[in-house]
Design a protein. Structure first.
Length: 501
């Protein structure tokens, strides 16, 4: 399946890397030029390869093949209930919204996700051998680099398993034609087991702080690992371990909710500038590598808009006081008037970005997300009052209006589920979470809440194809993407996912 995709992880180096300090780590950009027999000889070369793991999440898109940073949004949002087509939305993207996905759909192209995985595999395979060649490389330094690669690999597989179900589990690196291996799919359970194992090892190897803000927010730390663990365990319905992982972050005292007393300051701190006290792991775009979101959400060819009723139905509007607003809604998640998704295209609530400064971060995890993951785990493990306390904490920070509050008994799991989903829609709007939130809750207890997905389709799919979408979603096999036809054609060991055969 990796035919013609020779990932050049082993060809990266960084000019003058030895002259750079730790806080410049994420400003370095890999360039080609060193072969394997010249590489993997120093700790600086390990650092260069690890940089490649981060950069690969930002770059690599060409033609119809999206960058990972783009897929993080489209995979997590297009099948949710908060997106409307913009004038620039492609036919393939519109078909995802309408639950009319074919195996030729470019949104399902996973090549650049596996490219990131291969970058990580190279670090995991070859970095340990450097210890014998560079006596300045300490075991602690090596372990920290391995922790970064293991965690990023686990994150990529978590995106894949939630989006496709069974996927090829490639754990060895590829750097030449002779090393190409065609793989069959591994089951969802096997993939999740590997993710869990990688994260346990990564946690034991991880460091708490690099000593500077950019690295602490933009590189894998122990709290990055814990955040991903909480998400993975909740997906697996392992509530106790989810809560344990979340509590490691909560009890660390290193994170907090950005105060919501001033709308503009809150937005600028969390999204405009980024790397706030709330941020746990953020993909760091800058003037050297711009994010892909400007063309997605702005210009007269914007691809995606907020759903037409998001402000009214998700955030709610106070008919008696136009100034009584949830700070997460008008002017932050959505710009009123033209339905623009604003989080990625605003410096603050009054100042849109221009394309040359389109480097809002992609926030993988932040403190509010972790609190709500814990609330969901509590709601499903007999700790409903704790869940309600967390919801109220989130709502208080956001100055959520009373009209969006729900009265729910701590023992009402269904009611708590709906309340948490509604609060996550407000808090995590357009941060690549919505479809995964819906599917995670729908599939629990053998799809006891399939109505969550069918109701989402009723909200987001046009009436002309709505019934078809609802009927498809009644089959759990439809909840996963097809394997892209390119992969099926190049790897005879791959079998198409059941719904698309």
């Amino acid at each position: 399946m990796f035919k013609k995709l020779l990932y050049k992880t082993l060809l990266v180096t960084v000019l003058a890397v030895t002259a750079t300090s730790c806080n410049k780590f994420l400003e370095l950009r890999p360039t080609d030029g060193i072969t394997r027999d010249k590489f993997w000889q120093s700790k600086e070369q390990i650092q260069s390869a690890v940089i490649g793991c981060y950069t690969a999440m930002q770059t690599g898109g060409s033609g119809r093949v999206p960058t990972p940073a783009e897929s993080f949004f489209t995979w997590g949002e297009l099948r949710g209930d908060m997106i409307s087509p913009g004038i620039g939305m492609s036919i393939d993207e519109n078909n995802v919204v309408n639950v009319a996905i074919l195996s030729t759909n470019s949104v399902t192209d996973w090549r650049n996700i596996y490219r990131v995985i291969n970058f990580c595999n190279n670090v995991i395979d070859f970095a340990p051998g450097v210890k014998a060649l560079d006596n300045t490389l300490t075991q602690e330094q090596l372990n920290a680099y391995l922790s970064e690669a293991l965690t990023i690999r686990a994150l990529m597989y978590f995106y894949l398993v939630r989006s496709f179900g069974d996927v090829p589990l490639k754990l060895k690196s590829t750097s030449s034609d002779s090393e190409l291996v065609q793989l069959a799919k591994s089951s969802k359970e096997e993939v999740l087991k590997q993710i869990e194992a990688d994260l346990k090892l990564a946690e034991s190897y991880s460091i708490i702080s690099y000593g500077d803000l950019i690295s602490d927010k933009g590189r894998v730390t122990r709290y990055t690992v814990n955040a991903l663990q909480a998400d993975v365990y909740l997906w697996m319905d392992n509530y106790a371990d989810c809560i344990t992982a979340a509590d490691k972050i909560i009890n660390s005292g290193k994170f907090a909710l950005v105060p919501g007393t001033n709308n503009n300051t809150w937005f600028n701190t969390l999204y405009g500038t980024g790397n706030s006290v709330e941020g746990i792991f953020e993909l760091q775009f800058d003037s050297q590598i711009l994010n892909p979101y400007f063309s997605m959400f702005t210009t007269n060819r914007r691809r995606y808009l907020a759903g037409p009723s998001v402000l009214e139905d998700v955030f709610t509007v106070d008919p008696n006081n136009e100034f009584n607003i949830d700070i997460r809604g008008i002017g932050t998640s959505v710009r009123p008037g033209d339905q623009s998704i604003y989080k990625y295209i605003g410096v603050d609530i009054a100042s849109p970005r221009t394309q040359d400064i389109s480097y809002a971060h992609w926030i993988f995890y932040r403190y509010a997300d972790i609190l709500l993951l814990k609330a969901e785990a509590c709601a499903n493990s007999g700790r409903g009052q704790e869940a309600l306390t967390i919801i109220n904490q989130i709502r208080t920070r956001a100055r959520a209006i009373d009209l969006s509050a729900q009265i729910v008994s701590p023992d009402d799991v269904k009611g708590l589920t709906d309340y948490i989903l509604a609060e996550r829609a407000r808090e995590m709007a357009y941060e690549g979470k919505r479809w995964y939130d819906l599917l995670r809750n729908a599939k629990r207890n053998n799809y006891a809440r399939l109505d969550i997905l069918t109701q989402a389709a009723i909200i987001s799919v046009p009436g002309s194809v709505q019934q078809s979408a609802v009927n498809k979603l009644k089959d759990p096999n439809s909840h996963y993407f097809p394997i892209n036809q390119y992969e099926i054609q190049t790897d005879p060991n791959l079998i198409q996912n059941p719904f698309y055969r």
